[in-house]
Design a protein around this ligand. Structure first.
Ligand code: ADP
Ligand code: MG
Length: 289
């Protein structure tokens, strides 16, 4: 068995407990893990490394924040862990499978079934209403009937406080509303993994807070693994785990309390978490035919 397969816990169970050396991943509880991930861009003299050997693991039910300066490799790592960008070397283990060893077709099915993505720019279809943005995921992805897709979409839009916006197109919505629709679209299919790249960057703090709360609740109440790339330290108190990348390498990993103890983070003091109206998201399970 190759070293990476063993690291990701994808092979037969070892007879002796895994020795915990620095950089070696514990596999038992991880729903998603990366081992020795390397990714470069360019060739020859212009070749540069965005990831220089990153190993990390993520559990279901956790909201993970991936932080670090601009250009440190956050988006690259998110894309590699989420099956969007192939690493030069290293491996990603997802639900016991070696993600980048899957044939393309199986990989596509895996992404469709288990992964959802949220981006800063919302990526909504301009011609579709809020309701249709969600319905399309269920009709295309799961082959839901029109009736079932509408029922589940309306339920989620209601949970997001968007019941009265269901008929609006992106051009008729505010940034906060568009991002909530994008979250609804991501969550309506009950994904195992939610990947969000700077989901609050284009929002004011009020809306940003609502977005991160929704993602946190989704992780804790539905048991999803949520990975959020951000450079906003105000999101730290909402997280279960914070990872920091510097120049393509993982330089810090800890709980929010540990991160908030660090003097550099206090250059930006997070405001207390406000108790606003709690938007609970209970995504209904698909109705079996
Ligand atoms: P972050 O999200 O932390 O800002 P990125 O992962 O986007 O960082 O980028 C990390 C490094 O990789 C940067 O130096 C960036 O210029 C480079 N990079 C990212 N994507 C590409 C690309 N498609 N082509 C060339 N270089 C890239
Ligand atoms: Mg980025």
């Amino acid at each position: 068995m190759c070293r990476l397969t063993r690291l990701l816990g994808l092979g037969p169970k070892p007879t002796a407990p895994l020795v915990q050396a620095p950089g070696v991943i514990r596999r038992e509880s991880a729903a998603l893990s990366g081992a020795d991930l390397i990714r470069s861009f360019g060739r020859g003299e212009t070749k540069s490394f965005a990831l220089k050997g990153v190993s990390a693991e993520f559990r279901k039910g956790d909201l993970n924040l991936l932080m670090g300066p601009s250009g440190s490799g956050k988006s690259t790592l998110l894309a590699v862990l989420s099956g969007l960008l192939r690493p030069d070397s290293g491996a990603v283990g997802a639900l016991g499978q070696d993600m980048w060893q899957m044939p393309e077709e199986r990989m596509e099915r895996f992404r469709l079934q288990h992964c959802s993505y949220i981006f800063q720019g919302y990526n909504l279809f301009p011609a579709l209403t809020a309701r249709e943005q969600l319905e399309i995921v269920l009709k295309w992805g799961e082959g839901c009937s029109a009736r079932e897709a509408r029922k589940r979409s309306d339920h989620v839009l209601g949970q997001l406080g968007l019941a009265n916006k269901a008929h609006l197109r992106p051009g008729q919505m505010s940034g906060g509303e568009k991002q909530r629709v994008a979250i609804g679209r991501a969550l309506v299919k009950n994904p195992t993994f939610v990947f969000a790249d700077e989901p609050t960057a284009a929002l004011d703090w009020e809306n940003g807070q609502q977005v991160i709360k929704l993602l946190t609740e989704n992780a804790r109440e539905r048991g999803a693994m949520v990975l959020v790339v951000t450079h906003d330290p105000r999101l730290v108190p909402f997280a279960d785990k914070v990872l920091e990348l510097t120049d393509g390498q993982l330089t810090q990993e800890g709980t929010p309390a540990e991160v908030l103890e660090r003097p550099d983070i206090h250059e930006f003091t997070p405001p207390p978490v406000r108790k606003g109206p709690r938007l609970r998201l209970h995504v209904p399970q698909p109705v079996m035919a």
